[in-house]
Design a protein around this ligand. Structure first.
Ligand code: BES
Ligand code: MN
Ligand code: ZN
Length: 494
């Protein structure tokens, strides 16, 4: 869908549909009132008759005769004015797009949602509208014999006040960059494991290097072994698809200490010799969703040209069982020198992250944030509505939680008490890679914390938020790209 911006009055636009909005219980004002009078008061009639109230999620589709240049008018409900925020704006935009997709419309023209009475900054409102409209139009059709395309082709943002146009254009540009970076991450997650292998992920890093001027360094198995990344190498050993360690560097500011983003890139998690069950294994192509978030965020910060120094690290491996696979009982030596005893080869994410977190140290980071589909326990604790947040730094947590509120990728802090570390004390090595079911998200984080002692660090367990089981507003079924907008927002407010 192409995005354009136009100065003008919404009721005068020539499009297949005009989109305006209404707060719950309100009477039409501004652009909505202008459209209402242009269609002989049909909107106020619908409100008077009790057919439309402006509740969030509600839509009213009208057919105009010759009084205006567009045959359709869609009014989307914004819900109560008091609770309006950028997430309401995103959902309203998605609601409009999802209502009009598949109809005879190809070109739609919309006003901003909440740019006036809603109290959103024009730039934020434009970003929300474009970001959510594009994300709602995301489709993954690569593996169909007959790929379907979406019917909507153009979205025009209409604004009558010329003084608002620069901010509106800037917001639209950010929205496009964030949506395309999120779509990139969704694609990586949605590609099956036979395509999205560790080598494939490395190829994506090279593509980012070419298209966005990001410096990349890729370590193959031999280089990783030579460096001493015993944990990452061990996890990759049972697979015919060799592991890769991927390092990406974006230099929007050369002098500052960097923000380092680290992603778990298990391209398929069979569990290894501690093999998963049929129902447990089925969705495990998504076990590289943390890596996908890092790739997406690298693309977004580069495309937005943020004045920051950002490093992206991805520990990529496929966790498979075969004669060469690592085993329960093995004692691995990590890059840090610390050793880990394997209780379950299915607790592999923390192993590959251990080496990546040690590698991060060389950049003298201002902060390190890792993202990982790490534990089923975190899904049990928080469901699909928030990612678990674990950290050794309160100030970093505050910023992350704020960024998560702004993008609606919500985070909830969980404890990292010393007792969780005691629970993974090793019998023959420094620690073991599983503490059993109790507090499973916290014991996994406790293991990671052993490798993240030299910088402010936060770990996001995105096992529950990485994918969606249904189409929901601007999320589509499958990989959602959780973390791309969050990490980019963190870089923006840093
Ligand atoms: N990738 C899984 C965690 C996961 C589960 C992600 C469900 C998304 C949805 C991880 O590697 C894993 O298998 N964790 C184990 C750890 C256990 C063996 C200590 C788990 O959570 O069961
Ligand atoms: Mn696993
Ligand atoms: Zn895993």
């Amino acid at each position: 869908m192409k995005i354009t911006v136009r100065k003008g009055e919404i009721q005068k636009q020539r499009a297949d549909a005009l989109v305006v909005n209404l707060f719950a219980g309100a009477t039409p004002s501004g652009a909505t009132a202008a459209v209402d009078s242009a269609v002989d008061g049909q909107i106020s009639a619908a409100i008077r008759l009790g057919d439309f109230s402006g509740a969030s999620g509600e839509t009213l589709l009208l057919y105009a005769k010759d009084s205006i240049a567009s045959p359709r008018v869609l009014v989307v409900g914004l819900g109560p004015r008091e609770s309006f925020d950028s997430e309401t704006a995103r959902r309203a935009a998605a609601q409009a797009v999802n209502t009009l997709e598949g109809t005879g419309c190809t070109r739609i023209a919309s006003i901003l949602h909440g740019g006036g009475a809603g109290g959103l900054e024009v730039e934020a409102a434009a970003q929300a509208l474009v970001e959510a409209s594009l994300l709602a139009q995301y489709r993954f059709e690569r593996y169909r014999s007959q790929p379907k395309s979406t019917s909507l082709k153009q979205l025009t943002l209409v604004e009558s006040d010329p003084s608002k146009l620069p901010a509106l254009r800037a917001g639209a540009k950010s929205g496009q960059a964030l949506a395309s970076a999120t779509a990139f991450a969704r694609d990586l997650i949605n590609h099956p494991g036979h395509t999205a292998t560790p080598v494939y992920l490395a190829t994506q890093a090279r593509r980012l290097a070419r298209a966005h001027g990001i410096k990349t360094r890729i370590l193959d198995e031999k280089a990783m072994a030579k460096m001493g990344m015993g944990a990452l190498v061990a996890v990759g050993k049972g697979s015919a698809n060799p592991p890769r360690f991927i390092c990406m560097e974006y230099n929007g500011d050369k002098r500052e200490r960097p923000l380092v983003f680290v992603g778990k890139g298990i391209t398929f998690d069979s569990g290894g010799l501690s093999l998963k069950s049929v129902s447990g294994i089925v969705s495990m192509k998504k076990d590289m969703s943390g890596a996908a978030a890092v790739f997406g965020a690298m693309q977004a910060v580069a495309e937005l040209g943020l004045p920051r120094r950002i490093i992206g690290l991805v520990a990529a491996a496929e966790n498979m069982p075969d004669g060469n696979a690592f085993r329960p009982g093995d004692a691995l030596q990590t890059l840090s020198g610390k050793t880990i005893e394997i209780l379950s080869t299915d607790a592999e994410g923390r192993l590959v992250l251990a080496d990546a977190l040690t590698y991060a140290q060389r950049f003298k980071p201002a902060a390190v944030v890792d993202l990982a589909t790490l534990t089923g326990a975190c899904v049990t604790a928080l469901g699909h509505h928030a990612a678990g947040l674990f950290s050794n730094d309160d100030a970093l947590c505050e910023r992350l939680i704020l960024a998560g509120q702004q993008t609606h990728e919500r985070l909830w802090r969980l404890p990292l008490w010393p007792e969780y570390r005691q629970q993974i004390e090793g019998d023959i090595a420094d620690m073991k890679n599983s503490g059993g079911p109790p507090g499973g998200a916290s014991t996994a984080a406790a293991l990671l914390s052993e490798f993240a002692q030299d910088y402010p660090w936060a770990h996001l367990d995105i096992a529950g938020t990485a994918s969606s089981d249904a189409h929901r507003h601007y999320l589509r079924k499958g990989g959602v790209g959780f973390g791309v907008r969050l990490l980019t927002q963190l870089a923006r407010i840093w």
